[in-house]
Design a protein around this ligand. Sequence first.
Ligand code: 5AD
Ligand code: SF4
Length: 455
Amino acid sequence: MSESDDKCYISEMKKNVYIHTFGCQMNIHDSEKMLGILEQEGFTETGDPNDAELIIFNTCSIRQKAEQKFYSELGRIKAFKKKRPRVQIAVAGCIAQQEGKNILRKAPHVSFIFGPQNIHALKDFVSGKIVSTALEDNPEIEKTDLPAKRVDGVRAWVTIMYGCNNFCSFCIVPYTRGRERSRPTDKILAEVKELAARGYKEITLLGQNVNSYRSNSNFPELLKILNRVGGIERIRFVTSHPRDLSEELIAVMGDLPRVCEHIHLPLQSGSNKILRLMNRGYSFEEYIQKVSKLRNKIPNISITTDIIAGFPGETDDDHMLTIEALKKIEFDGIFAFKFSPRPGTKAGGMENQLSDGLKSMRLIQILELQDKITEHKNKLLEGTFQEILLEGESEADRKKLTGRTRTNKIVNIPWIEIKKGALISVEITKGRKHSLEGKLLVQDLKGAVDKKGKI
Ligand code: 5AD
Ligand code: SF4
């Protein structure tokens, strides 16, 4: 078979796969699922695209920036493919879902495409049976028990539901990931038990709107069931929709010892006019009420949020309402984004789009204010004792170890020989803008030392 013969598929060769993941946690976990399937097909992951026979771009289209990054990578890889025609290039994720076969037409160097709902068919793609899937939402064929290859060893992500029904006017997710589908409770439980047996300590339940999880149990019931799995010390979940955050969930969060004291609760805007235009389904007053209930039930809870700067028609007054909201609520952290018009969404087609300059200015104001709030809140933690789950060496400083509090704050401590995955107690010595510094409390090392007795 010649080098350029496109029918010469990778199954006959040395098999290395390189996955470039763009975007959110959902995509990172989807890449783990792709690796899980590919390992069963004899592939090994490589961190170097030059070593790979299969290169997958797992794309994100939530904002234009992520999309642009992908397209520039796709352009760059064209020359690479020319030199090495046997390398298969795949486009996965939300852009593949959205663009479909257009990608194959626009970029003939792409070998196959598949959306987030068709990961299970990866085996057929690499064997050359198909080059694109029927991209419509098809829960019948969607397999929910894909074997994820998890790299972390301590923290694992578990999908509990797919898709979203909310159609927030700015958001492309309902179009790319389809309607809401919840995984059966017993499948989730089995996966979590297996993770516990493999030594995982923390799970994060993933869904676009976990509060509307409905299967053999609702979401609070699911948490109760998972709270009983021995070995799992911490349970987290993302993302919660403020409209669907129920009293029952708040009660369960407060009562269950393994459910962490953190919630990511996207506000998006402090202006009721903008919230209405966004089709969010709650007012600022309703949001504040939920925050109060959370804080009453779980006094040390950390609350983080998403904010969009410069939604179409946002006036200076609307923007100021968001600024006031940040001051009033004092979030522990935020993700803030410039509004990015997405094709096919209602807000993308709205007339009164703001200039990029104005959006940038508002975004900077939001981020600068929040930086001060976060730093202030982190400073208040100085001198307190926190339980942290050790994740390993700090990437920024190899002389330090890094872990997270139950409230999801990053804590760095001086390096010490101690096993990853240990739950340790630290005293916070410094609160910074984006992290905390701590020192280990030696008397609390029970269970943290490794088998050789070293700490
Ligand atoms: N423009 C800017 N931000 C967006 N988000 C979603 N869609 C857009 C968009 N078109 C943000 C929202 C959401 C987070 C995941 O991404 O804040 O909560
Ligand atoms: Fe997008 Fe809204 Fe669904 Fe979140 S809840 S994924 S922002 S449509």
